[in-house]
Structure formats: C-alpha cells, structure tokens
Design a protein around this ligand. Structure first.
Ligand code: FAD
Length: 281
C-alpha cells in the first residue's frame, strides 16, 4: 500500500488576522499531501480556539481543496461544545478529526465531561456513527504521564477499539523507538495504520522546547548536529532537513504506513522535505 504523507499546521495567534495563514497555504499549494491537519489550543470551546481551527480547516478544505483534519482536544470542552463543533465541521464538508485529550491549561478548570481521548472518540461515534474519519495520537516512546509502556499500549488499544481509523505519532528522532513500538502494538492487536510524526529541526530553541514538552529522546547523532550548528541558524536548518529526510527515507524503506510532517507553518522546510522524499512515497 502507498504510504500516506500529511502535514500539520497551526492557526495564527488570536491577535493576528486569520488570513495571515492563507499566504502559507497558498505557498504550500503545489505540494499534494493526503491531508493537512490543523492544531487547536486545548483552552477553548467552539466559540474561540475551536472556532479559529475550524476557520483554517475550512480554508484548507474549501479554498485550497486539500483534505483537512481538525484537531479536537477535549479536556476543556463540554458535550455541547463538541456537538456544536461536529455540526460546524460537517457543514463545511470537513469529515476527519484528530481526537485528543489535550493538556491541562493553567487557570482553566477542566470540564471533566471528557477525561481521556477515548471518551471523545466514543462520544463522536455514538452521536455521528461513521460520518467522521477519526484519528488519534500515539507515543512511540510512551506518553509523558505514563510510567508503564505496556499500560500505555493497553489504553491505546481501548482508544482504537472505540472507533479509531488511524493513528498519528508524537514526534521522535530515533526510528528504532518507532519500529519497536509498531511491533508491540501489532502484537497487542492494534491494526490501524500509524503515521510517523517527523519534525524537521529549524532552530535550537524550538527543539529544546518541544523535547521538554513531549519527552522525545535525542540520539547522539542528533545532539552532535545541535552542538555543532546550534549557533548557526542556516547550517542548523540545512542539517535538520537532511536529518529528517534521512529519517523519512529509512521509515519508508522499512514500510512505515505514512509520514506526518510537523511543518510548523514553515513553507521553506515543507518544500525541501517534499523535494527530498517525493519519489520515495
Ligand atoms: P489520551 O489518549 O487520553 O492519553 C493521555 C494519558 O492518559 C496517557 O498517559 C494514557 O496512557 C492515559 N490514558 C488513556 N486512556 C486512559 C484511561 N482510560 N484510563 C486511564 N489512563 C488513560 N494537543 C493540543 O492541545 N492541541 C493539538 O492540536 C494537539 N495536536 C496533537 C497532535 C499529535 C499528532 C499528537 C501526538 C499530540 C497532539 N497534542 C495536541 C498533544 C496531546 O493533547 C497531549 O499529548 C495529551 O497529553 C494527550 O492527548 P491524548 O489524546 O493522547 O490523550
């Protein structure tokens, strides 16, 4: 089966007009990913953060004619918020959702109507049947809150059994973690396709922040790149693109189901990676 290729973009900050992302989408329009997913802050309901995510997903789907996948973190949403968001997505012809729990946002008391992503997935399936394609997140190195890898996989199995069509992985820099994880989940009876999350490094600060948040391990080869080129932004960007391209070539050669690129709205990086890998897909 042909490997899938997708991107992830994020909506502009609330202080900026939503239209600023149109230029990015325009510049990405010569690349033909299977879908473009749009992140959504966990702090909002359909009226604010979700609303902006929906606007961007709408532009991807209806203005730029690519398939949009709407991220939906549920920790601070009520069932009513989710129902409203589903209606809005359906109205705009968006039929795919990445169902997430999200993380606690300082100063916001979780609504507690959805405790884990599995609750959201069950709710969407119960309310809308097979109308939406549902993706969920997975963690090749384990989720940061989890102390037990096998337990994490058991919860993943429950999540998939609730009605997930495909998984998208957290970013990682060492493919060995990904292939070990795939072996484990297949043995646990999780058979849906898994896209590998790849983030090309474009600057040192960004990578330190991401690694802090998601706990991805940095292999020695990668650390050497950061040590050598960390203070030279152009060199680091080039090395980061080469590193991500090599990671992708290895993943595809070993039959990964797909690649999900965290492009971080960086058009230059998206084009470079697309050029490097388009004959491999
Ligand atoms: P869950 O599947 O609920 O898992 C969270 C933790 O709870 C895990 O440790 C798991 O083992 C445990 N767990 C799961 N089910 C149960 C259960 N039934 N009982 C007890 N424990 C359980 N965040 C955003 O806010 N916005 C985004 O747009 C966004 N996009 C993302 C895209 C991708 C591809 C990924 C990988 C992550 C994204 N995130 C986003 C981050 C995500 O919200 C966090 O990683 C969050 O901490 C977990 O979300 P989840 O859906 O995996 O949660």
């Amino acid at each position: 089966m042909k490997a899938k290729f997708s991107f992830e973009v994020f909506p502009p900050k609330q202080t900026m007009p939503v239209e600023v992302i149109y230029k990015t989408l325009e510049e990405l329009s010569d690349i033909k990913p299977d879908f473009i997913s749009v992140t959504c802050g966990a702090g909002g309901s359909s009226a604010n953060a979700g609303g902006r995510m929906i606007e961007v997903a709408d532009a991807i789907q209806n203005k730029y004619h690519r398939k949009a996948v709407a991220h939906m973190p549920c920790i601070n949403l009520s069932k009513n918020d989710v129902s409203e968001m589903l209606k809005e997505l359906d109205k705009r012809g968006i039929d795919s959702i990445l169902a997430l729990r999200g993380d606690k946002v300082p100063g916001i008391e979780p609504k507690k109507e959805f405790i884990h992503a599995v609750d959201l997935i069950s709710f969407i399936r119960r309310e809308t049947g097979d109308k939406f394609k549902i993706y969920a997140a997975c963690y090749p190195e384990g989720h940061t809150e989890s102390n037990d890898f096998d337990e994490d996989i058991n919860f993943l199995k429950q999540k998939v059994d609730a009605g997930v069509d495909g998984l998208i992985s957290q970013l990682f820099f060492d493919n060995n973690f990904f292939f070990y994880f795939i072996e484990k989940i297949r043995r646990a009876g999780i058979n849906v396709p898994v896209e590998a999350g790849i983030m090309p490094v474009t600057n040192k600060k960004q990578i330190e922040k991401m690694v802090n948040i998601c706990g991805a391990s940095l292999p020695v080869k990668f650390r050497k790149i950061l040590d050598k080129y960390g203070d030279n932004p152009d060199a680091l960007k080039d090395a980061g693109i080469i590193y991500a391209s090599e990671q992708i070539a290895d993943l595809l050669a070993r039959d990964a189901d797909g690649i999900h690129l965290y492009v971080m709205n960086n058009v230059y990086v998206a084009h470079k990676i697309d050029d490097a890998i388009k004959n491999l897909l």
